[in-house]
Design a protein around this ligand. Structure first.
Ligand code: SAM
Length: 256
């Protein structure tokens, strides 16, 4: 018996939209979204796309009009609710452009709920383009089929963050000086991973972090990892031990 193809086809384009979606809504996209649908994919009236808005969930929409700069779609049906990702924050010292873009993209794919740039004494980057980072998070969410975007917070100084740290949130402090292997230390529940800058944490910073009752110093093996590698490794280890990496892929497989 041939498998019935999954509906809607997994190959439909997926786009994040700022508009609150609802059945029967007509919306017009412009800019990169319109260019992608009309000029890159060369889609016209009748073609379908999946839309999500980070609030109501994911929807199936049909193109009703497609011009070079604007595409109008009609929302046909709801495909699913907005997901709940594990309550994991990533605190990271801003990195140079390129590396930080890559870090935001990968952290989004791996399911992080919140991204918090942390200014430490050895942070080399002093200005952050949050708009550009948000665009990378959106693109990653469109590709990996997230229906919830990670929250991207404005940068904060490490000492301020430690001062009002949430009492119920574990802080896995990736210490290149060594700590418990993260896979052994990770437990479910509100959590955060803290990764230092290229130059590492200063000793006073290390002491201040370790003084926090919720802090758990964790090691990521014997090698000194680049900050973005350490972040990726730590997220994957936590997600595997305490997050949702045990769940099957969201995409409905072909039904037999
Ligand atoms: N300048 C530091 C040194 O040479 O010791 C290296 C800092 S490393 C490039 C950037 C951050 O990645 C560190 O602050 C730490 O948070 C994390 N990291 C790198 N390797 C690690 C490891 N083996 N275990 C735990 N954390 C690590």
């Amino acid at each position: 018996m041939p498998a019935t193809p999954a509906w809607p086809p997994a190959s439909l384009p997926r786009l994040f939209v700022e508009t609150d979606l609802a059945e029967g809504l007509t919306l017009t996209l412009d800019g990169t979204a319109a260019n992608y649908l009309a000029n890159v994919l060369r889609l016209g009236p009748g073609a379908q796309a999946k839309l999500f808005d980070d609030r109501t969930g994911e929807w199936l929409a049909e193109i009703v009009e497609a011009g070079r700069k604007r595409v109008t779609l009609s929302v046909a049906a709801k495909l699913g609710e907005r997901e709940t990702v594990p309550d994991l924050w990533l605190l990271f010292a801003p990195l140079k452009r390129g590396r930080i873009d890559w870090l935001v993209e990968k952290a989004t794919e791996l399911g992080v709920d919140r991204l918090v740039p942390v200014i430490t004494e050895r942070t080399v980057v002093d200005r952050l383009n949050l708009e550009r980072l948000r665009a990378h998070a959106i693109e990653a969410a469109e590709q990996c089929e997230r229906t919830a975007l990670p929250a991207l917070m404005p940068p904060r100084k490490l000492r301020e963050i430690l001062k009002d740290w949430p009492a119920d949130r574990a802080l896995y402090f990736a210490d290149e000086g060594g700590g418990t292997p993260l896979s052994a230390a990770a437990t479910p529940g509100p959590a955060a991973i803290l990764i230092g800058p290229e130059g590492g944490f200063t000793d006073p910073e290390r002491a201040a972090i370790r003084a926090l009752p919720q802090a758990r110093a964790v090691g990521l093996g014997p090698r000194i990892l680049r900050a973005e590698t350490a972040a990726l490794a730590a997220i994957a280890l936590w997600m595997g031990a305490a997050g949702d990496h045990g769940l099957p892929p969201r995409r409905t497989a072909c039904k037999d």
